[in-house]
Ligand binder design. Structure first.
Ligand code: NAD
Length: 446
């Protein structure tokens, strides 16, 4: 059993805190957001993540997990402190490190004994050294400490599963002894552990996210070509995925990537490259292709309806991916904003993302479920591939709509079945005729 403090109780911090407590450690999770900590102390989760509430409750009851706002209290007995604060996008695309700086200063002022500071936030290469400098200069009296980079690879929506079954643990430090102590903490997870230097560990995180984003933009480029040539990108991706050199993951063509990580991390990596005089052409193309997806979906709806003026558009899904309530950089929100700007009426339904989306864009009218959403809509745009959308009663949806038009930004439906039910349906890259248009695609002249 180790004494661990976790700074930041967002998606990463809360999962890290609950996960290490579940492994039998004593964990103090700290946040500067008083309301969040008060809620957590009442058993209210600030985020939706499958299994999180139960895991938190179990470990709070066993007195292995507590939530506080005081740094001195959190660090009193801690041997390890994880930094898991946000690193949002700055004005020029760089990562904004103000929360990391503030956490490092608070740690420096509150620490009373030797400490291993572990950085889990995604931070630009070189930040580990910068954090070490801040702590040294802000300490009131010198107390030994080490900084270890331990980038986080969990996926929202399966964060606890990923915590307990990581693909790997990457650790970077100039202090091998500290890195090995952090490795010991991770041993029960039985994943490969790689120890390298600080900057390389930081770079592994950016390179991994940029590569996954690149796969998504790659398959979207292929989808565009499939549409022109009459091939089906879903089948193309399956056929490619059997090749062990390629693998099946992150080859889903559609509306592109979003969320709190890929957009900002690809941008931040491109920014780091540009700052050093490099021209990150591939990363730029990845970002451009991704933004284009949103335009493409709107154009597709417009083509099917003739014009969007005076129409009501329904968004099936608001979160950037299923099984989360996170709407940060969600393509659906961007689409909704663009439609609202054009004066088009927007309705939406999402199993978990509606309250956050309503705060971000009050103009969206929320529906209680997908059938309620369909009522009076001229077109539905599928923006998130929640499982429940895959199993809707399509006849009921068709009958509720003013026009049976579906633009499927996640390719969750079968074009042949949709045509059979009587929808004017378009997915993305799905083997249309040689002219790139499906037979029943246009309502113009209906
Ligand atoms: N969300 C993900 O899926 C994911 C995955 C891998 C890595 N990451 C990275 O992990 C980091 C955290 O991401 P997140 O999604 O958990 O962020 P988040 O915004 O959900 O949570 C950050 C938390 O830190 C708190 N905080 C800010 N400043 C603080 C301070 N000085 N002291 C204490 N608490 C403070 C905030 O109040 C907030 O609760 C980011 O760098 C992100 O890029 C995120």
């Amino acid at each position: 059993m180790k004494e661990i403090a976790v700074v930041g109780t967002g998606y990463v911090g809360l999962v890290t805190a609950a996960g290490f407590a579940d492994l039998g450690n004593r964990v103090i999770a700290l946040d500067v957001d008083k309301a969040k900590i008060e809620g957590l102390n009442k058993g209210q989760m600030p985020i939706y993540e499958p299994g999180l509430e139960e895991m938190v409750a179990r470990n709070v009851a066993a007195e292995r997990l507590i939530f506080i706002t005081s740094y001195p209290e959190a660090l009193k007995n801690a041997e390890f402190v994880f930094i898991a604060v946000g690193t949002p996008e700055g004005v020029d695309g760089e990562a904004d490190l103000k929360y990391v700086r503030s956490a490092a200063i608070s740690i420096a002022k509150a620490m009373v004994a030797p400490l291993i500071v572990i950085n889990k936030s995604t931070v630009p290469v070189g930040t580990g050294d910068w954090v070490a400098d801040i702590i040294s200069s802000e300490q009131e009296k010198p107390i030994p400490f080490s900084v270890v980079s331990c980038p986080e690879f969990l996926r929202e929506g399966s964060a606890l599963l990923d915590f307990m079954n990581p693909s790997r643990t990457v650790l970077g430090s100039t202090d091998l002894d500290a890195a090995e102590k952090v490795a010991q903490l991770h041993l029960p997870l039985r994943a490969p552990i790689m120890i390298t230097n600080l900057r390389t560990a930081e770079m592994i995180k950016y390179a991994s996210n940029a590569f996954l984003a690149t796969r998504i933009s790659f398959i979207n480029e292929i989808a565009n070509i499939c549409e022109e040539l009459g091939a089906d990108v879903k089948e193309v991706a399956s056929g490619m995925g059997y090749d062990p050199r390629i693998g099946p993951h992150f080859l889903d063509a559609g509306l592109g990537y979003g969320g709190s990580c890929f957009p900002k991390d690809v941008k931040a990596l491109a920014h780091m490259a540009a700052e050093k005089g490099r021209h990150p052409q591939l990363l730029q193309a990845v970002m451009d292709i991704n933004l284009d997806r949103r335009r493409l979906l709107l154009e597709r709806a417009e083509n099917l309806l003739g014009s969007l003026d005076g129409k009501t558009i329904g968004l099936l899904g608001l979160t950037f991916k299923p099984n989360t309530d996170d709407i940060r950089e969600a393509p659906a929100l961007d689409l909704a904003r663009q439609l609202v700007e054009k004066g088009i009426k927007i309705r939406a339904y999402d199993p978990e993302g509606m309250s956050r989306a309503k705060q971000a864009l009050p103009e969206i009218e929320m529906a209680e479920n997908a059938y309620e959403l369909a009522r009076g809509c001229d077109a539905l745009l599928v923006c998130t591939d929640w499982n429940e959308f895959k199993h809707l009663d399509l006849v009921r949806i068709r009958d509720a709509m003013r026009c049976p038009v579906i633009v499927d930004g996640r390719n969750i439906y079968d074009p042949a079945q949709m045509a059979q039910v009587g929808f004017h349906y378009r997915g993305v890259g799905r083997g249309y005729g040689p002219d790139g248009e499906p037979e029943n695609s246009s309502l113009k002249g209906d």
